[in-house]
Design a protein around this ligand. Structure first.
Ligand code: IMP
Length: 436
């Protein structure tokens, strides 16, 4: 059985965690391929709300084994802490069910120090989990990887070289860098070595493992973090994360060839949210925005920052579904729209006259999907009658109110992908398979 991917098709926080949890019931392996502890996957499991940052959400299904691929940037201390938290919450040992690639790059207190001392990251509104600096180090070819942690004889020397290089790159003296990192060099080196001993038994050739498991017919899910519009190449650069959140990231971040991928589930919320700065054409403004955020509980799982909220943007979803080769759309949080008398959905864009003058010969739409043009895009809305009824108790597609079905059908048509599932609440049972 080939590999299925579950990818966010907006700006992250689409509710992928719950969908992975659902689809992982029939899976043998779930693997993360990009991002790091900037992700926050919230899942309600056995009446408890659990938030996962680095461990793939699939771990909540007891038969599933999980892998962290080379494309992830891994904070060893955060991972050890998360494993302990999950073992406590689930009353199950997890270490034997988790595998880590030796090629995953490390996020350390040094990465966070660089981020906190960097003006650019605060201008983007990052999660402050050291993600950008870790990917930056990877690109400089000086970065530290999991395999470096496992070589105690050379580890400290490598960390020292990295410490000095990063400290100089931000123009900090030893004291200022140690303050930004939270501790001095010796303490950090010792702490990371301690985390290394806990993680060492989980390290293996994840690529070979997944390919061999795929060869023997295992069901494997690639679990995305963040969303298409945060992709470092295809998103709203520079207001993006530092990894490839789109389909190519599955191949490079796990080391698997594209023809092994079968289904691609594209997860979208029934509306749109984004955290941090950057363009957002369909964003709500005024008191409506605050009321909606409260009602929808739209606060970051990792940082608790209020999320910006707005109408569903089918133009962006259409693009991200094409980009990802999505075969089935999964819509989450449809229940949250139940109170609106009228709903809107962006189905096209127009440029202001002023912006149009910038595009020679252009008269409609936007020339390409960059932050520059999205800031100038005026959404063209289609309006819908609201259903004004709770959806939380519905358990089948037919039991959804006709107005809700119509909204979801148009959402799928406008996104140009068939609708597979609709989630109507946080609980595991609150999900409906689309049958028509
Ligand atoms: P970074 O990934 O911490 O470098 O942050 C870069 C941008 O991506 C910021 O706008 C963050 O708010 C956003 N971001 C990163 N991870 C997530 C996520 O899991 N959900 C939503 N936004 C995210």
């Amino acid at each position: 059985m080939p590999i299925d991917a579950i990818l966010g098709c907006q700006w992250g926080d689409e509710g992928k965690g719950k969908i992975v949890d659902q689809l992982a019931r029939d899976a043998d392996w779930v693997a993360r391929f990009q991002g790091g502890a900037n992700a926050g996957h919230t899942v309600v499991c056995g009446g408890r709300q659990l938030v996962l940052h680095l461990v793939p959400t699939g771990i909540l299904n007891p038969q599933v084994r999980c892998a962290i691929g080379n494309g992830v940037v891994l904070d060893p201390e955060a991972l050890v802490e998360e494993i302990r938290y999950l073992e406590h919450e689930l009353s199950l040992p997890l270490a034997g069910r988790l595998r880590i690639s030796p090629f995953a790059h490390l996020v350390t207190p040094l990465s966070r120090a660089v981020e906190s001392l960097s003006a650019q990251d605060s201008a983007i509104g990052t999660t402050k989990r050291g993600i950008g600096p870790a990917y930056m180090e990877k690109a400089t070819r000086r970065g530290l990887r999991v395999e470096d942690l496992l070589a105690p004889a050379e580890w400290k020397e490598k960390l020292r070289v990295e410490w000095d290089a990063l400290r100089r790159s931000v123009g900090a003296d030893e004291g200022a860098f140690a303050r930004a990192a939270g501790e001095g060099f010796e303490t950090i080196a010792a702490r990371l070595s301690e985390a290394a001993s806990a993680l060492a038994p989980m390290v293996c050739d994840v690529t070979d493992l997944l390919l061999s498991e795929d060869d023997r017919g295992a069901a494997i899910i690639a679990e995305g973090a963040q969303g298409a519009w945060l992709d470092v190449d295809h998103g709203t650069y520079p207001f993006v994360t530092s990894s490839n959140t789109t389909i190519g990231g599955v191949c490079t971040g796990l080391g698997i060839p594209p023809q092994r991928i079968r289904k691609v589930y594209g997860v979208v919320k029934a509306y749109t949210t984004r955290v941090g700065l950057g363009p957002f054409p369909t964003e709500f403004t005024g008191p409506e925005a605050d009321r909606f955020r409260e009602r929808a509980g739209e606060y970051g799982a990792t940082t608790r920052r209020p999320r910006r909220c707005g109408w569903y943007d089918a133009v962006l979803s259409r693009r991200s579904c094409r980009l990802n080769g999505v075969t089935e759309l999964v819509v989450t949080k449809a229940d949250v729209l139940g109170e609106f008398a009228t709903l809107k959905m962006a189905v096209g864009y127009r440029l202001s006259n002023e912006a149009r003058a910038e595009v020679r010969g252009g008269n409609a739409g936007i020339p390409w999907f960059s932050a520059h043009w999205l800031e100038r895009a005026i959404p063209q809305y289609r309006e819908f009658q609201g259903w004004r009824a709770p959806l939380e108790a519905c358990r089948s597609w037919d039991s959804l109110p006709p107005a809700a079905r119509q909204y979801l059908e148009v959402l799928s048509e406008e996104s140009q992908v068939p609708l597979g599932w609709v989630s109507i609440g946080p609980g595991r049972e609150q999900v409906v398979r689309v049958t028509s």
